[in-house]
Design a protein around this ligand. Structure first.
Ligand code: FCB
Length: 467
């Protein structure tokens, strides 16, 4: 196998505004839903670690940009905080403009291409109080915010994305208790998904109207779906899960249409959202230039026996259920499956079913609980497990590229260990370790490793024993 990465391959790491900026209430920023939720119900958050306990990028970005180039990164993904840029949804916050302009400019000066995302689960609280994504008006507010961001930063930023993992605020907020507003209602979830698709398309329309020198994309978590067996019932469960978890946002994002099979499923269960006449035309204009693909682990499903199904469906458990694959390789320090070949399977699906649209790995990574146990005498985290994880995924990415996949970069989640929603700082993911007391950043072994990989432009053999 060719182990060389192409010229211009984007190397970097990803983070988001709510997980890294800090300075929550400074310089005019109003609360996001996460800030408010923590105020209302801190008991939901691991060890009482709320969104204020972050990397403090707002204050430290100048040095952080140097840390990016110290390990040879040539790109970096983060997001803009909607409620920092437009604290009331209308008025532009000049302090925010200054901050982001300077942050992105400094990246450019260091040879780092900023990839800037607009929404990373952080609905402004004022808009959540008006219904969040359940309210149709949110799509227009989002389009306005997107336009302001393009106008303010479009001369510096050339890679834009609208959403991070849009299905996550749908499933975690409207089918589970992981995001506010913690309701469990399929019909409302579908409505939220539809408004999110509209918001995405409207932002793309704004982008195209401004005719900027840049590209626009969307970041999706694309997990390959594998059935338990070749039995018709398991295959049907996998087909349904693929439509729900993968095609739901991928089809509108690339083809500008909703997937037929999903529409059929929703119709069968009386779950179609409320729409207006022009919606499908709007969504048709949301087709993007490139994709960000977040990949952590596959989805493995089995059938739901007829006797256990609800009609109409009450939850996603009525379509398919997870099953435990006996050959599973586990991340022993966090509990997610590690399956590097998944990245190859996604690549081939994009090549075959999605016009081989350009894409990059916008998140991939390994969370580790209590990572301090791997700090050696010199103070460095010996994260050989992460090196192995990155290596194995890159190997499959290279194989896919050799077979024609259009992959143009690799970003680890994350750059500096950051706050992770309800989990707080439970799982560490970064190339740099964060000391929560001093905010000191220390490169882990994986940071040195990736630095050398990038310098050589080639994937090395692993030189340590596999665990
Ligand atoms: C992804 C999110 C990111 C981070 C990682 C661990 O789903 O995009 O914000 O929390 O998981």
């Amino acid at each position: 196998m060719n182990r060389k990465f192409p010229e211009g391959f984007l190397w970097g790491a990803a983070t988001s505004a709510p997980q890294s900026e800090g300075a929550q209430y400074e310089d005019g920023r109003t609360p996001s839903t996460w800030d408010k939720w923590f105020e209302l119900e801190p008991e939901y958050f691991n060890q009482d670690q709320g969104p204020q306990e972050t990397v403090q990028v707002y204050k430290r970005y100048q040095d952080d940009v140097k840390l990016m180039s110290a390990i040879n990164h040539n790109s970096h993904r983060t997001s803009i905080s909607w409620n920092r840029l437009l604290p009331d949804g209308k008025t532009v916050n000049e302090k925010a403009v200054q901050f982001y302009r300077d942050y992105f400019k400094r990246m450019k000066e260091e040879g780092i291409e900023p990839i800037v995302n607009l929404f990373h689960f952080d609905m402004p609280w004022w808009l959540m109080e008006r219904g969040g994504w359940e309210a149709r008006e949110s799509a227009d507010h989002f389009a306005h915010y997107a336009k302001v961001a393009f106008q303010q930063f479009g001369d510096i930023v050339h890679y834009w994305t609208t959403f991070n993992e849009p299905i996550v605020h749908v499933t975690c907020g409207y089918l589970a208790d992981y995001h506010w507003p913690k309701v469990h209602d399929l019909k409302r979830a579908v409505q939220v998904a539809h408004h999110t698709c509209l918001a995405h398309a409207k932002a793309v329309i704004e982008f195209r109207t401004l005719d900027l020198d840049g590209k626009i994309g969307n970041i999706l978590n694309l997990s390959p779906v594998y059935p338990r067996s070749e039995r018709a019932e398991d295959l049907k469960a996998a087909k349904d899960a693929h439509a729900i978890h993968v095609k739901s946002f991928l089809d509108p994002t690339v083809h500008g249409t909703y997937p037929e099979h999903l529409v059929t499923l929703l119709r069968e269960h009386d779950l179609l959202p409320e729409t207006e006449a022009e919606d499908l035309e709007v969504i048709a204009q949301g087709a993007v230039d490139f994709l960000g693909v977040n990949y952590y682990q596959p989805i493995r499903v089995k059938e739901v026996p007829e006797a256990e199904r609800h009609h109409p469906a009450q939850s996603l458990e009525d379509f398919s259920r997870h099953y435990d694959w006996p050959e599973k390789r586990m991340n022993p320090y966090r509990g997610w499956e590690i399956y590097p070949k998944g990245i190859y399977d996604i690549a081939m699906m994009i090549k075959e079913d999605y016009n081989n649209i350009p894409w990059f790995i916008s998140e991939n990574g390994m969370g580790v609980a209590e990572e301090e146990r791997f700090i050696d005498a010199s103070g460095e985290v010996q994260d050989d497990y992460r090196i192995e994880f990155i290596h194995d995924h890159l190997e499959y990415a290279l194989q896919a590229m050799e077979e024609g996949a259009n992959c143009f970069g690799y970003h680890l989640w994350t750059f500096i260990d950051c706050w992770s929603w309800l989990n707080g700082f439970k799982n560490r993911y970064g190339y740099y370790r964060l000391d929560l007391e001093t905010h000191e950043r220390t490169p882990k072994k994986s940071a040195h490793w990736i630095k050398d990989v990038i310098a050589s432009g080639e994937l090395p053999e692993l030189n340590h024993e596999r665990k």
